[in-house]
Design a protein around this ligand. Structure first.
Ligand code: 0O2
Length: 204
């Protein structure tokens, strides 16, 4: 951490986590309810599991810096809509759409933005659906929460790629990035195949 960001870093560390936690605590119970309802409807686990995370001060400063924005608490609150995040991991590809559809209908939340990185994967190969939600009522000074919905296979790739390459500008890593992208394509094919097999089994 560069010395010039130390003050901002301390302010961010104190203010952001408590406000993000309010957003997560507001949404997580609704997701758990939704999980039970989906199980009741489809008689299988549509959602494997869900997790939450609060963006770390290091990651906030890094992201503001990467996006050429002023590194300040106000800029972080104004411009970063994934300070509070929930990730929902689904079993199959079609479940991702079921869950995203259900999230968009949750009472008390307005959909601010939807990004479908499944139909349009990122150049890295990353696949996921991102929903930015705004609660209609909140006491948090942070107004948005990001919900990432993806299959277990997409998640497997994203976790490993995050460790190996994401945000890592190392020269000479182009070949590795290319191979990781090929892995994302292979994994997407396997995801499709698993879905096809599930549909075949459902017909037997
Ligand atoms: P971290 O460390 O996960 O918190 P926006 O300004 O909203 O249009 P933004 O915020 O860059 O653009 O949104 P985007 O592209 O939807 O990405 C938000 C988050 O998605 C990232 O957060 C990552 O968690 C994940 N993500 C996006 N692209 C990739 C990728 O190529 N690989 C992996 N593994 N994850 C990705 P952060 O803050 O960048 O990182």
């Amino acid at each position: 951490m560069s010395g010039k960001y130390e003050d901002v870093f301390i302010i961010i560390s104190v203010t952001i986590p408590v406000n993000c936690q309010k957003l997560i605590d507001g949404l997580m119970p609704q997701i758990k309810d939704m999980e039970r309802t989906l199980y009741g409807t489809y008689h299988r686990n549509i959602i494997e599991y869900s997790t939450s995370r609060i963006k770390t001060p290091e990651s906030i400063v890094e992201k503001l810096h990467r996006k050429n924005r002023e590194v300040s608490l106000n800029k972080a609150i104004e411009t970063l809509r994934d300070l509070a995040g929930i990730r929902i991991i689904c079993s199959f590809q079609d479940d991702v759409y079921r869950v995203a559809g259900a999230i968009k209908k949750l009472p008390g939340y307005e959909l601010v933005k939807e990004k479908n990185y499944i139909t349009k994967p990122k150049s890295s190969g990353y696949r996921s659906i991102h929903l930015i939600l705004r609660p209609t009522k909140t006491t948090s000074n942070i107004k948005c929460i990001e919900v990432q919905v993806r299959s277990a296979a997409m998640n497997y790739w994203a976790i490993l790629e995050h460790q190996l390459c994401y945000k890592n500008e190392k020269k000479g890593a182009e070949r590795i990035r290319k191979e990781l992208k090929e892995c994302a394509i292979d994994i997407a094919k396997i995801d499709k195949k698993m879905l096809k097999l599930r549909k075949e089994i459902e017909k037997i």
